[in-house]
Design a protein around this ligand. Structure first.
Ligand code: HZT
Ligand code: MN
Ligand code: MN
Length: 444
């Protein structure tokens, strides 16, 4: 952080006051007690600060007058994570992601008074983004610790989604609640040759296997500000070079990102890094190929895809990144064709932001559209989210909304059968002063 005038320091709002994330721990001085949420029946453990003063002994004996012991607010996270992020950070200033200074022609931005002022104007947006990112880190920490071969995919999905909703404090079961904060999109749990957009529908009996490669893609939103970040889990170390190729390619894309960076050139760097790896599986060596028809993308409020795409192979796209853009930088590597097609039962959907106003003839479509609009707006959702709202027999109505161009379906995206695909993804904010890798954690 560069030196600045004291007056300017005072003018800084929460933008500069947030603690920096890498350990993702709340300030221990903030609430001053150490009560675990999961181990406590709230029995009399430590000395009571609110004990009555000497001389009130008689009153103390009366149950009525005994000062009621207040339930202490937990200051550390439970396992599974159920303590509100807002409780863990009582000043409601959430930890920063990784801040990276701009270089070359944009190096001046970090200290520019004008650019710092623009940052301050957006401090509420920034704090919401950091809030969602901290929920993302804590939910995925549960996944790292508990997701193992033998676990049903449905349990993985519920474990992650129950965590996200508890952490941001919105269960999404009352009308409009899911629009305040919660899942930004369905949790992607795509296996092996499936690269993206798979999540279990009701009744799915799939169980995670020892040799599976699982992409975990989690979306968390706070007030429509969507954190989109994904990682890959494998339990057989033979996939390590595949995962490292994609992790390195995503980090290269993040490094290249910045104001005025050209999207097609970023793709070229991602491709070079990815293609410098190979992986041996069962005695065959595979080059790691970028999946050339998958892209990163901008993110808008309540809209997971904006107008810009970030290729993961070299392209002549000369569009530039700009101040204020939010990007999901995601790369996919494959031992297969490096090309995906749509295949399999659909789970992911979203109401189109530009949905036409159609006079629906089918009453089930009409009523389902009301449910979708009230609960998800234009945020993506999956069939399980309709199930948990108590909806049933909605498939005819749903398919009708898709046929009318009101709802868009996002089928699973798969490479060649028998191939393996990996993904890493971060959300980055192209702030006026610095780029912030909002979803960065100690894990990836
Ligand atoms: C669509 C539906 C969802 C956006 C990328 C993505 C997961 O492939 C422009 C570029 C969630 C996200 C999306 F439910 N897609 N990121 N994380 N999927 S995309 C896309 O449709 S649009 C990439
Ligand atoms: Mn994603
Ligand atoms: Mn994405």
């Amino acid at each position: 952080m560069a030196a600045q005038a004291p007056a300017a320091e005072l003018a800084q709002l929460s933008v500069d006051d947030a603690s920096t994330n890498t350990k993702a721990k709340p300030d221990p001085a903030a609430a001053g007690n150490g009560n675990l949420n999961h181990d406590s029946d709230d029995s009399d453990d430590d000395a009571e600060a609110a004990a009555p003063a000497a001389g009130t002994g008689a009153a103390k004996k009366k149950k009525k007058k005994k000062p009621k012991k207040k339930k202490k607010a937990p200051t550390e996270q439970s396992d599974p994570p159920r303590v509100l992020i807002s409780q863990l950070f009582p000043d409601h200033k959430y930890p920063k992601g990784e801040e990276v200074e701009y270089v070359n022609d944009n190096a001046y931005r970090t200290t520019s008074e004008e650019k710092r002022h623009l940052d301050n104007l957006k401090s509420e947006f920034l704090n919401d983004y950091r809030h969602g990112a901290e929920a993302h880190r804590q939910a995925r920490q549960w996944a790292h610790k508990h997701v193992r071969p033998g676990m049903p995919l449905t349990d993985v999905a519920n474990g992650i989604e129950d965590s996200v909703r508890a952490l941001v404090g919105h269960q999404g079961l009352e009308e409009g609640d899911a629009l305040v904060a919660g899942m930004g999109f369905p949790t992607g749990l795509s296996l092996n040759h499936c690269a993206a957009h798979y999540t279990p529908n009701a009744g799915n009996k799939m169980v995670l296997q020892e040799d599976d490669v699982l992409k975990v893609d989690i979306g968390v939103h706070v007030n429509g500000n969507i954190v989109d970040s994904a990682f890959t889990m494998a339990f057989n170390p033979r996939y390590d070079p595949l995962l490292e190729a994609v992790r390195a390619a995503t980090n290269a894309g993040i490094r290249e990102a910045g104001i005025d960076a050209r999207l097609g050139e970023i793709g070229g760097v991602i491709q070079e890094v990815m293609e410098s790896y190979e992986v041996e599986i069962n005695g065959t060596t595979y080059p790691v190929k970028p999946i050339r028809n998958l892209n990163g993308h901008t993110i808008l409020p309540y809209n997971i895809h904006g107008t810009k795409s970030v290729p993961i192979v070299k392209s002549n796209n000369s569009t530039k990144m700009e101040e204020g853009d939010v990007f999901a930088i995601e790369t996919f590597g494959s031992t297969g064709n490096g090309y995906v097609h749509e295949e399999g039962e659909v789970s992911h959907y979203a109401k189109r932001a530009d949905a036409p106003k159609v006079d629906l003839r089918l009453s089930s479509a009409k009523s389902l559209l009301n449910v979708i609009t009230k609960n998800f707006g234009t945020l993506p959702w999956c069939r399980r989210y309709l199930d948990r709202l108590g909806q049933d027999k909605y498939l005819l109505g749903l398919n009708n909304l898709v046929a009318n161009g009101i709802v868009e379906s996002y089928p699973p995206l798969v490479d060649k059968k028998g191939s393996y695909t990996a993904q890493f993804e971060h959300t980055i904010l192209i702030r006026p002063t610095v780029k912030e890798v909002i979803s960065r954690g100690e894990d990836y």
